[in-house]
Design a protein around this ligand. Sequence first.
Ligand code: G3H
Ligand code: 13P
Ligand code: ZN
Length: 287
Amino acid sequence: MLVSVKEILEKARSGGYAVGAFNVFNLETTQAVIQAAREMRSPIVIQVTEKTMEYAGGRGIFHLIKNNAEFYAPEIPVGIHLDHGHSFEAIRRAVDIGFTSVMYDGSRKKYEDNVMVTKEIVDFCHEKGVVVQAELGFVPYLGEIEMKDEDWIKYMTDPGLAESFVKETKVDTMAVAIGNAHNFFKEKKQPDYNRLEMINKALNIPLVLHGASDWENEKVDEVIKRGISCFNVDTSIRLNFVNSLVSKIMKQGPMNLDVREFLGEAREAVKNVVKDKIKIFKSDSKI
Ligand code: G3H
Ligand code: 13P
Ligand code: ZN
C-alpha cells in the first residue's frame, strides 16, 4: 500500500529504528526490493533519480513501482520518492507524475541560494501535499573530490545553519553530512556523532543518511540512536546486480540466451542484500 514517506519516517523515528530508501532502476530491482520488504515485514521507501527517470521513463518507472507495491505487497507500507532532484523543473515533473515525496538537492549551492530555491520548492510542494527532503553540507561522490581527513570539517552539516535552514524553508526531512559519502568513497574514519546529536536536537525532524551502502552494523546502531530515521542504499544494489549477472554469464557461457535466468538470479541477489540491510536498520517485523 502506498503511504506518505513522512509518515514512514516519523514512525521509524518514534519507534527507534530506521527504514531503507532503496534506489531501483528496472523491473528486477523493483521486484527485489518489494519482495524483500514483504518477506521481512518491513516498511520501505523506493526511490529513483533523475537519471533513472530518463532511462526508464518517469511515468513508466513510477507506475511500475506503484503497481508492484499495490498488487504484490498490499500490506506493506511503501513510499515512492524522487532522490536527488537537482532543479525546480525536475521536481515539478515528478510531482506531475504522482510522486508525493521529493528531494531537492541544493547542497552544491551557496547557503543563501540553497535556502532560496528549497523554500520555493517547499511552498510549491506543500500546496500539493508533497513532502520535501533537503540537503545541507556535502555528501561527496567517488571521484568528485580529493578528501583528506582534515577536509571533512569544511563539508559537514553545521547544526546552527541547519536550524536556520529548516526554520526558513520548512522542509520535512533533512539529509545530513557527518562524514558519510556516496558509492564506496572513503568515508571519514569515524562519523561525527556529536554533530549528529546537535543537529537532531536542533531540528527535531527525521534525518536521512545518504551513502549508506557500506555502513556496518555498529555505525548504523550509533546513528539511529542519534536521530537517523532513513538510510539511502544504491551502490550495494548495483554491485550485487552486476556481480550476479557477470558470474552467471561467465559460468554458463554465451550460448544460454534465456535472459530471464540471468535476470532472475540478479533479482535474487538484490533481494538478499536488501533483506540484510532491512535487518541492520531494524525495520523488520514492524507490520
Ligand atoms: O545518490 C544517488 C545515486 O547513487 C546516483 O545515482 O547515477 O542514478 O544519478 P544516478
Ligand atoms: P550509496 O552510494 O552508498 O548506495 O548511497 C546511495 C545514496 O545516497 C542515494 O541517494
Ligand atoms: Zn544520495
